[in-house]
Design a protein around this ligand. Structure first.
Ligand code: GLV
Length: 308
């Protein structure tokens, strides 16, 4: 039983290997590119496409994603091989905490207080919000729903947007083109957690950003390519957007001269909202290996047509 490991920046590779080996002592783990005879490989653990990685893997039984998103390698897979997403409750909690922090940062006037502190100014800014403040979450899979319920618990009114109709528990469910227009028009805080697919690439263009209420805040923890970055900058510069917190950008790293770096109303973090935990991740991959070997269906299979 051979697994090829190429986890890239999705968790520490040594940790992945130690943990997988502990859980599955019979598993032989080979590091790309030293994979020996490719016909012996049954499994691949991957985050980003590597040219030629699958060459000669005639006995491949499944590919496992080392991160939540599969956009990094989905375009480059041999046909027919099942692929599993990494759906990790540990990561969902980490992402939810990061988003809650970003929303509260803007909702509780932290940028203004940071500026005041630099100038030694002690002055209250009264927060005249007597109604729940409104958050819209784009993408309501496991991470979006976990984030939504955390924000609901803190008194926000949360709507969630999905491609097709879906019960979102305590969140207001919106879907399709009309639902998107409604969600944008009603979101003081827009949180993007969408997977990157041909259907979501460039989704937030100038026209859609213009549908947000004036002064809205944009928080992106999905992929930079879901938003038109120049359109975002223009919406910030015109004052239409009150601020943004970007954990992702296009390209990554964001080039040193990019105006978003120094924008006074933008916070940037280097793609850290939900970093893979190889310990919890390995348990999920090990369970999927067990399933394949027992002839059972994969947990969290990727639908290649849908793109996630
Ligand atoms: C991070 O972006 C991931 O997909 O896990």
């Amino acid at each position: 039983m051979v697994l090829v490991c190429k986890t890239g920046d999705a968790g520490d590779a040594e940790r992945w290997k130690t943990e997988l080996q502990r859980l599955l002592p019979a598993l032989e783990i080979r590091d790309w590119p030293d994979i020996g005879d490719p016909t012996e490989v049954e499994f691949v653990l991957l985050f980003r496409a590597v040219p030629g990685l699958f060459d000669g893997m005639t006995g491949l039984r499944a590919v496992f994603s080392a991160g939540a998103g599969v956009d990094g390698f989905l375009c480059d897979l041999p046909p027919g091989v099942p692929v599993a997403r990494l759906v990790d409750p540990w990561m969902q909690t980490a992402m939810a905490a990061w988003v809650v922090h970003a929303v509260l940062h803007f909702a509780r006037n932290m940028p203004a207080y940071a500026t005041q502190q630099i100038r030694g100014i002690w002055r209250e800014r009264f927060e005249e919000h007597f109604e729940p403040r409104r958050v819209g979450i784009l993408g309501c899979g496991e991470i979006g729903r976990r984030t939504g319920s955390a924000l609901t618990g803190l008194g926000f009114r949360v709507s969630g947007w999905t491609r097709t109709p879906r019960d979102l528990g305590g969140l207001e469910p919106l879907y399709g083109e009309t639902g998107l227009a409604r969600l944008l028009a009603g979101s003081e805080f827009l949180v993007c957690l969408l997977p990157l697919t041909p259907g979501t690439e460039g989704l937030l263009d100038a026209g859609r950003l213009a549908q947000l209420p004036k002064g809205a805040f944009f928080i992106n923890a999905s992929r930079g390519r879901v938003v038109g970055q120049r359109d975002l900058l223009a919406a910030l510069n015109s004052g239409h957007l009150g601020g943004a917190w970007l954990d992702v950008a296009e390209p990554e790293p964001l080039p040193p001269g990019d105006p978003l770096w120094r924008h006074p109303r933008v916070r940037i973090t280097p793609h850290v909202a939900g970093v893979t935990n190889p310990i919890t991740g390995a348990a999920l991959v090990a369970e999927n290996i067990r399933r394949v070997r027992a002839g059972e269906a994969l947990a969290h299979p990727v639908d290649r047509n849908r793109g996630y």
